[in-house]
Design a protein around this ligand. Structure first.
Ligand SMILES: N[C@@H](CCC[C@H](N)C(=O)O)C(=O)O
Length: 321
């Protein structure tokens, strides 16, 4: 039998599959089919499958398969949960995890609340070069706080890769209909983002306090997007210097809870440092036969609840007071 985990970071839900535990690791076509099936049907569904593999220079490697089977370069909320998994597996609190574009530094953080373990993960590399997203608009090399009337006439947009692609707009009030329509359009065949984009609308609540909502590529509306909240914090620090205190973390509220980010701005903005700190909650342990995994047959799962969700809910209740 093989153990899968159902986990979340700010209610951005995933399954974790440790390929190193299998006699025969799943090839990419099987991983893709499994991700689609797990995310659609199992235990209320999820936004993606996080695949743990061996790494030559890091404690482990994380791959991210979105709910639609596409592969992403990074996942901030997911990385916190994979970090907790590796931390408990190898009894280490500081280490690196290999991701598709970079080895990233991890450290165990103070619990967010009683029974709510938290991790701090580096978000990198950063690029504002539109070709890295990829994004094409009037041959502009980068897009920071610009009007794009074709998207929404009254809003300004910024684009950044961390390294997955993000389009960010600060608004006085979040209009979910606009976010959904724009997110769907830019993740269907379109002339601007040939590989799609994660779209976030953000509202400034106070000094170092934001609310961010994201329409994710390969997923749709999500409770929270870790790279989206990190990218939004970076743009916030760049654009709103009077609302940003660089000595403090930023609290980023989202429909699934709250995370903290830390932005160290560099005069070369691509060299700025970004960290995402938040919960890494395991909700279910699932036993599955390895052959069933290969056959994408999810009919004979043995599921045990971990009991951690009530602690996370208490944390959410404490921040809503
Ligand atoms: N939820 C994630 C991002 C997952 C990948 C994204 N959907 C993409 O395709 O880039 C996060 O927490 O960062």
């Amino acid at each position: 039998m093989v153990k899968l985990l159902k986990v979340h970071g700010s209610e951005n839900k995933f399954f974790i599959l440790d390929q190193t535990l299998l006699d025969t690791p799943l090839p990419d076509d099987e991983l893709k089919a499994l991700a689609i099936n797990l995310c659609k049907n199992t235990l209320g569904g999820a936004d993606g499958l996080l695949v743990v593999d061996t790494s030559e220079n890091c404690l482990g490697k994380m791959r991210v398969i979105n709910a639609d089977g596409s592969e992403a370069k990074m996942c901030g909320n997911g990385l916190r949960t994979v970090s907790r998994y590796l931390s408990e597996k190898y009894h280490l609190n500081e280490f690196k995890v290999e991701t598709l574009e970079a080895p990233l530094s991890i450290s165990k953080a103070e619990d967010f609340y009683e029974g709510v373990p938290a991790f701090s993960v580096e978000i990198a590399p950063i690029s504002f070069n539109n070709t890295d997203l990829p994004f094409s608009y009037q041959q502009m090399p980068e897009m920071i706080d610009q009007n794009i009337p074709e998207f929404l006439p009254k809003q300004k947009f910024s684009a950044v890769a961390v390294p997955n692609p993000h389009l960010i707009s600060f608004v006085p009030e979040i209009n979910e209909d606009d976010l959904g329509t724009l997110g769907k359009t830019l993740n269907s065949t379109n002339p601007y983002f040939p590989e799609g984009v994660n779209v976030s609308f953000a509202k400034i609540l106070d000094t170092n306090k934001l609310f961010v909502q994201t329409y994710e590529r390969g997923v749709g509306f999500t409770n929270a997007c870790g790279t989206g909240m990190s990218a939004t914090s970076l743009i916030f620090a760049l654009l709103h210097s009077n609302g940003f205190d660089p000595t403090q973390d930023i609290s980023v509220y989202n429909p699934g809870g709250m995370v903290k980010t830390h932005v160290n701005l560099n005069s070369i903005k691509e060299l700025s440092e970004l960290h995402l700190i938040g919960n890494a909650t395991f909700t279910h342990e699932i036993q599955i036969n390895e052959q069933d995994l290969h056959n994408n047959d999810l009919n004979n799962l043995t599921v045990t609840k971990t009991g951690e969700q009530k602690n996370y809910q208490a944390f959410v209740d404490s921040i809503s007071d």
